[in-house]
Design a protein around this ligand. Structure first.
Ligand code: ZN
Length: 199
C-alpha cells in the first residue's frame, strides 16, 4: 500500500485490458518518475481522445468530433458498394493498417451473445440492412472474429440479407478464439483474398 493518489492511479490503470495489478504499478511509478510535462501530455491525450472522437453516422467507425463521416466514408476512392462488417472499431483499424480493403466498413459494436443478453437490437444490424438497401451494395464481407459469438452473428446477418446482396466471409485461417485485430498482415491478406460466398 502506498499513498492514496498512487493507489488510485494503479487501480485506474489496472482496469485497462491486458494490464494486471503488477504492470499497473510499474506504469504508475514510471509516470511518477517521468517529467511533469510528459505526465501532463498523457493526461491531456486521454482527455482529448475522449472528447474529440465520436462515431461515424454511416458506418459507426471512429471519427473526429465535428466530422459526421469517418475518413473512409469521406474518401471518394473507396468503393461504397462494398461493406466489410466488423465487430469493433479495433477490427476496422487492423484492416486499415493492412491497407487491403478498397471498400468501406460497418462496425456492429459487438457480437450476438444470448448468455450476456446481447441480441440483434443491441448491435447496429438494422443500420447495416438499411445501408445495403439504400446504397445498392454489391457485396457484404463478414469479417467476424473466430468465436462462437462471431459465427452466430455472421449467420444471423447472412439470413437477414438473403437475396439482397452477395454475402461473403473471410477465409478460415484466423486462429480459433483470437480476435481479428491481433492477426498480422499476411493472415489478413489470405483471409480477405480467399473470401468465399457465405452459405
Ligand atoms: Zn464511416
Amino acid at each position: 500500500m502506498g499513498p492514496q493518489p498512487l493507489e488510485d492511479l494503479v487501480t485506474a490503470l489496472a482496469r485497462l485490458p491486458g494490464i494486471g495489478r503488477k504492470t499497473a504499478q510499474r506504469l504508475a511509478l514510471y509516470v511518477l518518475k517521468s517529467p511533469a510535462q510528459e505526465a501532463q501530455a498523457l493526461a491531456e491525450a486521454i482527455r482529448g481522445a475522449r472528447e474529440n472522437i465520436g462515431n461515424c453516422t454511416r458506418c459507426f467507425n471512429l471519427t473526429e468530433r465535428g466530422q459526421e463521416l469517418c475518413h473512409v466514408c469521406r474518401d471518394p476512392n473507396r468503393d461504397q458498394a462494398v461493406i466489410c462488417v466488423v465487430e469493433e472499431a479495433s477490427d476496422a483499424l487492423a484492416l486499415e493498417r493492412s491497407d487491403l480493403l478498397r471498400g468501406t466498413y460497418h462496425v456492429l459494436g459487438g457480437a450476438l451473445s444470448p448468455l450476456d443478453g446481447i441480441g440483434p437490437a443491441d448491435l447496429r444490424i438494422d443500420e447495416l440492412i438499411e445501408r445495403v438497401r439504400r446504397d445498392a451494395v454489391r457485396e457484404v464481407i463478414l469479417a467476424h472474429n473466430a468465436s462462437a459469438e462471431g459465427e452466430a452473428t455472421a449467420e444471423y446477418i447472412h439470413q437477414r440479407l438473403a437475396g439482397q446482396t452477395t454475402v461473403t466471409r473471410l477465409a478460415r485461417g484466423l486462429p480459433a478464439g483470437s480476435d481479428l485485430d491481433l492477426a498480422d498482415r499476411t493472415t489478413l491478406t489470405h483471409a480477405l483474398q480467399g473470401r468465399t460466398t457465405f452459405q
